[in-house]
Design a protein around this ligand. Structure first.
Ligand code: GAF
Length: 376
């Protein structure tokens, strides 16, 4: 269908969704994350115009949006076109003149499933504008523009992980990203005999309207309490458990639990990377279960559906690791499952989930793939 919107002067870009192996809610705390781009993506076909009109089409939703380059106003409802217009807005704020264009969007990333369809759209648009306007911006600059669009235009105070993974993803590797310095390393990710399987709760999370921004504020609150005593602390990355006990626990028990989860997750990720190096999938998987426990009981971003899916696979020897993934409050669990067990397991899980939760369970096998690219 996208072909219908591609003309001689069109620019076409593709940007993938992402998974994250471990390191959840650590990016905006200056910690580490371990994401990878997947084989599901968003595509944008952008055709320049000679006036200042902007005409957008969502092929999948069969919807359109018309505006002009001088009338960029967020819808406040996280509409699909906000992710496009937010990037145009950021280019303008960076002093780049954007004239009118027509753009069509299509994606095979399930929307609201925690696979970062929004970051994929933003990165696809950033690459398309950069190419069309010959701005010469590098990948990191485009990642930051996409993140800022989400922060300022959509209103979600997200970290940098999703956009970074979408742009820098590469086949068969996960990215160990230091969100403080933006240094990164590709780690080979070979899962002999296992596959990454995503179970989609079908609970659509709207992170921006949920508790995501509150969690971020709580982390900042914890840092501020510690800073009064230890000025070199700038983020939870610099914080130890004993600092939390000393300076946060007795002031605010809830903030303490949120921060403790992040400090533990930061440590856990370092250990998990060693497990990967040693090809110890069992030890790695055990840490995924611990992450889920922390996200569910301390950070409180899980939900009954996600907990059900993780509990169901927990004692199954064919599943070394599983946990909720992404911002939370719905979306997917990520599972490492022995290939030969997938069919039997999902045949049991699907009816059990659907009977208990009265929602359809969707199942995807994730392949790790390449990052954002210009197709035409
Ligand atoms: C969402 C955000 F967009 C990311 O920045 C990250 O914080 C993630 O939730 C949780 O790890 O995907």
């Amino acid at each position: 269908m996208l072909e219908k919107f591609i003309y001689e002067h069109s620019i076409v870009t593709r940007s993938p969704g992402r998974i994250n192996l471990i390191g959840e809610h650590t990016d905006y705390n200056n910690g580490f994350v371990l994401p990878a781009a997947i084989d599901k993506a968003a595509w944008i076909a952008l055709t320049p115009r000679t006036d200042n009109e902007i005409n957008l089409t969502s092929i999948d939703l069969d919807e359109t949006c018309h505006t002009t380059t001088t009338r960029l106003i967020p819808s406040q409802k996280h509409a699909w076109y906000d992710y496009i217009l937010g990037v145009v807005d950021q280019f303008q704020k960076n002093g780049i003149a954007v004239s009118g264009f027509d753009a069509a969007l299509t994606a095979d990333i399930p929307i609201g499933a925690g696979l970062s369809s929004s970051a994929a759209i933003e990165c696809a648009v950033a690459f398309a504008l950069n190419e069309w306007l010959q701005c010469g911006l590098g990948k990191i600059e485009l990642v930051k523009i996409a993140q800022k669009a989400e922060n300022d235009y959509v209103g979600l105070q997200c970290g940098i992980m999703d956009m970074f993974a979408s742009v820098f993803g590469t086949a068969d590797h996960v990215i160990k990203l230091d969100c403080r310095t933006l240094e990164y390393k590709y780690e080979p990710f070979k899962l002999d005999g296992y596959k990454i399987v995503l179970f989609d709760t079908n609970v659509k999370h709207t992170l921006a309207s949920s508790q995501y921004n509150v969690r971020r504020q709580q982390c900042e609150m914890g840092v501020a309490l510690i800073q009064q005593h230890i000025p070199f602390v700038h983020s939870l990355r610099d914080v130890t458990k004993s600092m939390l006990q000393q300076y946060v626990q007795r002031f605010d028990e809830e903030v303490y639990r949120r921060c403790l989860y992040v400090v533990e997750e930061t440590e856990r990720l370092q250990q998990a990377c060693l497990d990967l190096e040693n090809n110890d999938i069992k030890a790695f998987g055990a840490k995924m279960f611990e992450t889920h426990e922390g996200l569910s009981t301390m950070y409180e971003v899980s939900c009954a559906e996600l907990d059900f899916l993780v509990d169901f696979v927990k004692d199954n020897d064919a599943v070394p690791g599983a946990r909720m993934m992404g911002g939370g409050f719905g979306g997917c669990t990520i599972n490492i499952i022995a290939s030969e067990a997938i069919e039997t397991l999902t045949a049991q899980l699907k009816p059990a989930y659907e009977a208990a939760m009265r929602k359809e369970l969707k199942i995807y096998i994730a392949q790790i793939g390449a990052g954002t690219g210009i197709i035409k």
